[in-house]
Design a protein around this ligand. Structure first.
Ligand code: ATP
Ligand code: MG
Length: 348
């Protein structure tokens, strides 16, 4: 029996997580081989307003007992941004060594890409999620004077680079992608990016059947718009991966249909699955949030736990729903969150 911790969080989080859980419930009822149970935690901004913290003191210990985490969204105007991020999402990512962020950019039949590309877009972005440009190291000199200087350090380790490189190539091999493209900028960032390049090249030698290319991030961003169909696996540092994955999400139809995974590849801790979008305060309570990104995140979670068949059932149901144009306003339709969720369940 696999155990899933569910954190719906804030805003539209609970609205879309409800649809994901109803889908999971139906799958479990229909098939004994899907052996999962779940527990819902009411952590997030409401919890913070009541208790002065985003989650209880022993929350990470509680989560350790689970095999995976399904997360909704976090963010509330009444709580400072640094609290929502640094007291909930970051501690989970760090404590559970989720050093891979994985985001598929796969165009579903029926969803119009803003690029009007005629060819199928299907690539994934593997982003380094634990080190790199997003370090807390650095500081200010002469603060609030005209001479003020700020320094922010990027930290890359050979081990960190090689681990993400291996993950990317293994992923390509296991999922029949024929190429890995590494995002770099070693012409201008000569120390850390040089280590990144060398690590990727070293790793690539063990995967001779997979085409490897290292491309400057500026040119890479341009070709992701001009020829998105040519990419397979794109591997990138924390900052570059952050930017590219929003771009990837945009070229296949936007936030409403973009899932992601924060993965601990060793499996020593639970991995966490969440939509790319946030709490979307502007549409909370209107019943029009697109549940696809969240339900697709559930599919990634099930696949991660080895339930590939069930993951594929969900993906096919999503595709068929979209093909039938049962979609929310963000995709040009007039269906509600619940109606889209139900349509997916009817096809699962
Ligand atoms: P955060 O800081 O939590 O990331 P944000 O405002 O930067 O929040 P989102 O909450 O992702 O970003 O919202 C960005 C825009 O996309 C909003 O206009 C929101 O309504 C829209 N949006 C996000 N998710 C969905 C969804 N599932 N369905 C429909 N629209 C969505
Ligand atoms: Mg955002």
């Amino acid at each position: 029996m696999h155990k899933i911790a569910v954190i719906p969080g804030d805003g539209i989080g609970p609205e879309v997580v409800n649809e994901a859980l109803a889908t999971l419930e139906q799958l479990v009822e229909n098939d004994d081989s899907l052996s999962v149970e779940w527990e819902v935690f009411d952590w997030g901004s409401e919890y913070y307003l009541k208790h002065g913290r985003m989650m209880p003191e022993d929350s990470l210990d509680q989560l350790k007992a689970f095999d995976a985490i399904l997360f909704g969204a976090i963010g509330d105007a009444r709580v400072p941004d640094d609290v929502t991020i640094w007291e909930l999402i970051m501690p989970i990512r760090k404590e559970f060594q989720q050093y891979i962020n994985y985001r598929p950019a796969k165009q579903l039949d029926g969803i119009q890409s803003p690029l009007h590309s005629k060819k199928e877009i299907d690539f994934v972005i593997i982003r380094e999620n634990a080190e790199g440009e997003y370090s807390n190291m650095g500081g200010h000199l002469y603060k609030n004077t005209h001479q003020e200087v700020a320094v922010q350090n990027t930290v890359m380790t050979r081990e960190g680079c090689e681990k993400v490189g291996r993950y990317a190539f293994d992923f390509a091999r296991e999922n029949n992608y024929t190429s890995v493209t590494s995002a770099t900028k070693s012409n201008a960032i000569v120390h850390t990016m040089e280590l990144w390049d060398r690590s990727m090249t070293n790793v690539s030698h063990d995967y001779s059947e997979i085409a490897f290319d290292s491309v400057y991030i500026d040119a890479l961003a341009a070709s992701m718009v001009q020829q998105p169909e040519k990419f397979g696996v794109v591997v990138a540092s924390n900052l570059f991966g952050d930017i590219l994955s929003d771009l990837g999400s945009a070229v296949v139809g936007g936030l409403g249909v973009s899932p992601s995974a924060n993965i601990n590849p060793e499996g020593s801790y639970p991995s966490m699955f969440e939509p790319v979008h946030g709490s979307a305060p502007d549409i909370v309570g209107k019943g029009i949030a697109n549940p696809i990104a969240q339900i697709w995140s559930l599919a990634l979670l099930l696949d991660h736990l080895g339930y590939t068949k069930h993951s594929n059932i969900i993906l096919s149901a999503i595709e068929s729903t979209v093909r039938d144009q049962v979609v929310t306003p963000d995709l040009g339709g007039s269906y509600s969150t619940k109606e889209v969720g139900q349509a997916i369940r009817d096809r699962a």
